[in-house]
Design a binder for this molecule. Sequence first.
Ligand SMILES: Cc1cc2nc3c(=O)[nH]c(=O)nc-3n(C[C@H](O)[C@H](O)[C@H](O)COP(=O)(O)OP(=O)(O)OC[C@H]3O[C@@H](n4cnc5c(N)ncnc54)[C@H](O)[C@@H]3O)c2cc1C
Length: 249
Amino acid sequence: MDVYKCTLLSNDKITETSCDMRVLAPEMADAKPGQFVHVKCEGFTLRRPISICDVDGEVLRLVVDRRGKGTEWLTEQRVGATLDILGPLGRGFGTHGRVLVVGGGIGCPPLLYAAKASDSADAILGFRNSAAMMLLGDFRDACDTVQLATDDGSAGFRGRVDELLRRRLSEEKYDRVLSCGPTPMLRACKRVCEELGVPLEVSLEERMGCGVGACLVCAVKLRGADGEYVGHVCKDGPVFKAEEVCFDD
Ligand SMILES: Cc1cc2nc3c(=O)[nH]c(=O)nc-3n(C[C@H](O)[C@H](O)[C@H](O)COP(=O)(O)OP(=O)(O)OC[C@H]3O[C@@H](n4cnc5c(N)ncnc54)[C@H](O)[C@@H]3O)c2cc1C
């Protein structure tokens, strides 16, 4: 893991607030699904963590949603710009066997690379509404089936992804479920997977400081064989076995 100067090869708006960006990063060609990069944004000391959405040879794909000033700066960068990127960082997803990926909103991008790396994958993807949907064509190419849910019913199933997850796990066998999205969604997925006895890995997108385990900004409560302890999302994750994560449940 090191800092690299990467050329921005493309930057395409895919929803009202998010951009699909490709950067030339030959040094990160061996990045694993679920790992992330830490991107320097002009005017900020702290880098911004962004999941690796895909790797194609020497090209890294990142999908960035504009949340505040840092991601606003990033999404405004033009093709040819040089980005200062630290990575690849963190521990990724297990992708062995038959996998079901369950994504929510901007949590979907890292699951694309995980689905592509798995032996066989199905996807359940949830969004606020049809305008927020992203990467559907990519998931359809990478997965055997893709099921959609929207909160307002403007596309696919009206409701939450954990309802679809429950139905799917009652009907089909999977070696693992991989999930990334808002914390309430991850908590609900954990409940379903526990009830139905399927291993679940979750990627946590906590606020982050240094990205390499030196500060405590991304501290998270974990549960091990010897009881509860504090871990770092950046170093010990961002992917964890769901049973290790204390979602205050
Ligand atoms: C491991 C990891 C992977 C991530 N992957 C992606 C990704 O692939 N694409 C993407 O668009 N974003 C991703 N994020 C979230 C992204 O890092 C934050 O949205 C970003 O740091 C916000 O910076 P900002 O300067 O734009 O906004 P800020 O001014 O810092 O914050 C603006 C708003 O964003 C919220 N926010 C800040 N940090 C986070 C965070 N880490 N998670 C959720 N909300 C946050 C704040 O509460 C505030 O409401 C990831 C985060 C982590 C930890």
